[in-house]
Design a protein around this ligand. Structure first.
Ligand code: GLA
Length: 535
């Protein structure tokens, strides 16, 4: 009995000591995406920089690109975020506030956002953490972080790239927690302050840090944003550069352990579909970005794409490995001469991806053994070629492939003959707007329809509680299509503008992992007065 008591006391003391030690070590900061549910798979969309640079960016170009994104099938393939980069979008007024450049963006930046949201796309904008953007054509956020993030929220921004030009910044580890003073000018402090300012502005935003690797963001930025540039620019505007693409690949490949759902290494925008890249290089480049779980932000002129460029950019089987819910970044497992054998990318259904990239100028023959993917040589496995879309097998031991120069073999290997695709969400609109001509009890309704492209249906989307009293949302499921029915009741509302952001959550049924949260905006105007003020 005494022995048992002593043992018990020993356990209690050990437990208390361990608890104290755990408290003393500062806990790893929580990934920002754990709260907002954003970008749990790598963001997909379009930014203008690689093809256009600064000068031709204006409202018309962005609208035409948004339309082309829908028309080309890219929206259905998952590309969502779209908007100007350093496109002389705004200036700072005498009162310190940002105002849209109406000469270039006549609808105002809010108007452009509405256009994009109405097409079921999400709105991306750009700014800088220093005094000015890179060309100095636009103000940066330095010393204006809180008012600027409020302006971006007012414009209904969903994704914000924040550059690091004219900042004079240093690296700093670990990141400061909250509300650091601006005189500690370093990269982590500056971006952490912008995170605080975004949170204060109250709009969920995908935060894309663009310090080109300065300050080693892969070590700390998961608690600040959702993705971070790991490299310098991939191209000077107008022409793809294969050598810089390979330089960015090599640097980004080394950082594979930092990537995961909601926190991604970003080796820069895609160069697919641009001048200066062969058909083979287009395919290889896209395969590498998919294998690295890199953001798929196209940057070519979507209004005039060749059939082959569209085919590469919309290859759903390649996109499927990029958008895999486990979010693993593959890496080079070994090299054979000029051939790189990439592995380490397990997918949600237990299958594995192997990428053989021939970086040389002569064809290579490579043997992939099942031990390369952690399977027994005796296993009978199926091999799916993600570019020819053919399945072979079952095969034991491994396979031998021949890869032409600059080309790839992108293979998915599985015990099962079926190769399911993860869900990709496509909405008909991310914005509903209602006008009641006068105060008094009136009812309105409107729907947002969300379809899933992928092998499996999703469970019902769960709307977060806490909607304002004038709005209620019910979700109905018809297979892969789910409809969000919004009922608006103006009873008891005074004249004025009302706004709500609806959030819904879901899980991926095969892996059981959370999916990126779905957000859309609902506006209500009671009693006329007209127009929004978010210019
Ligand atoms: C930096 C960024 C680019 C682009 C330009 C705009 O160079 O890395 O992606 O945004 O600024 O000037």
């Amino acid at each position: 009995m005494r022995k048992t008591l002593l043992l018990f006391m020993g356990f209690v003391i050990a437990f208390l000591l361990l608890a104290r030690m755990a408290r003393a070590q500062s806990p790893a900061p929580k990934a920002r995406a754990a709260e907002d549910g954003l970008a749990l798979t790598p963001p997909m969309g379009w930014y203008p920089w690689n093809e256009f640079g600064q000068e031709p960016q204006n409202e018309n170009l962005i609208k035409e690109i948004a339309d082309a994104l829908v028309r080309s099938g890219m929206k259905d393939a998952g590309y969502t975020y779209v908007g100007p980069d350093e496109g002389i979008c705004f200036s700072r007024g005498a009162d310190g506030r940002l105002t849209s450049n109406l000469a270039r963006y006549p609808s105002g930046l809010r108007g452009l956002g509405d256009y994009i949201h109405q097409r079921g796309l999400k709105y991306a904008l750009y700014t800088d953490a220093g005094t000015h953007t890179c060309s100095k054509a636009m103000p940066g956020t330095e010393d204006h972080e809180f008012e600027d993030m409020a302006a971006f929220a007012g414009w209904r921004t969903d994704y914000l790239k924040v550059d690091w030009c004219n900042s004079g910044g240093l690296g700093h580890n670990p990141p400061p927690t909250r509300n650091v003073a601006r005189d500690e000018v370093d990269v982590t402090a500056a971006y952490a302050k912008l995170r605080d300012a975004q949170e204060a502005a109250g709009r969920p935003i995908v935060f894309s840090l663009c310090s080109w690797g300065v300050g080693e963001p892969w070590k700390w930025a998961a608690s600040v944003g959702h993705l971070w540039r790991t490299t310098g620019d991939i191209a000077a505007p107008g022409k793809a550069n294969w050598n810089t693409a390979m330089r960015n690949t090599a640097a980004n490949e080394k950082l594979s352990t930092a990537a995961g759902p909601g926190h991604w290494n970003d080796p820069d925008l895609l160069i697919n579909g641009m001048d200066g890249l062969s058909e083979t290089q287009n395919r290889s480049f896209f395969s590498l970005w998919c294998m690295m779980a890199a953001p798929l932000m196209a940057s070519n002129d979507l209004r005039k794409m060749t059939a082959s460029a569209i085919q590469v950019l919309t290859n759903r089987e390649a996109i499927g490995i990029n958008q895999d819910p486990l979010g693993i970044q593959g890496h080079i497992a070994r090299r054979e001469g000029q051939a790189e054998i990439w592995a380490g990318k397990r997918l949600f259904d237990g299958s594995q991806v192997v990428l053989i990239f021939n970086a040389g100028i002569a064809p290579v023959e490579v043997r992939v053994s099942w031990s390369d993917i952690g399977s027994a040589e005796s296993a009978a496995l199926y091999v799916r070629d993600l570019w020819t879309h053919r399945t072979t097998g079952p095969i034991r031991g491994g396979i031998t492939v021949t890869v032409p120069p600059s080309d790839v073999a992108l293979l998915r290997i599985s015990k099962s003959r079926t190769f399911p695709l993860p869900p990709v969400i496509v909405a008909d609109s991310y914005w509903l707007s209602f006008r009641a001509p006068a105060p008094g009890a009136q009812k309105f309704s409107g729907a947002v329809t969300v379809k899933t492209t992928g092998s499996d249906d999703l469970p019902l989307w769960q709307v977060r509680p806490g909607l304002p009293s004038w709005l209620s949302v019910a979700v109905k499921k018809h297979g892969k299509i789910q409809t969000f029915s919004n009922t608006i009741s103006t009873a008891g509302l005074a004249k004025g503008q009302y706004h709500a952001v609806v959030r819904a959550d879901n899980i991926e049924p095969v892996s059981g992992l959370p999916m990126s949260a779905l957000y859309y905006d609902v506006d209500l105007e009671v009693g006329g007065g007209g127009g929004h003020t978010g210019r």
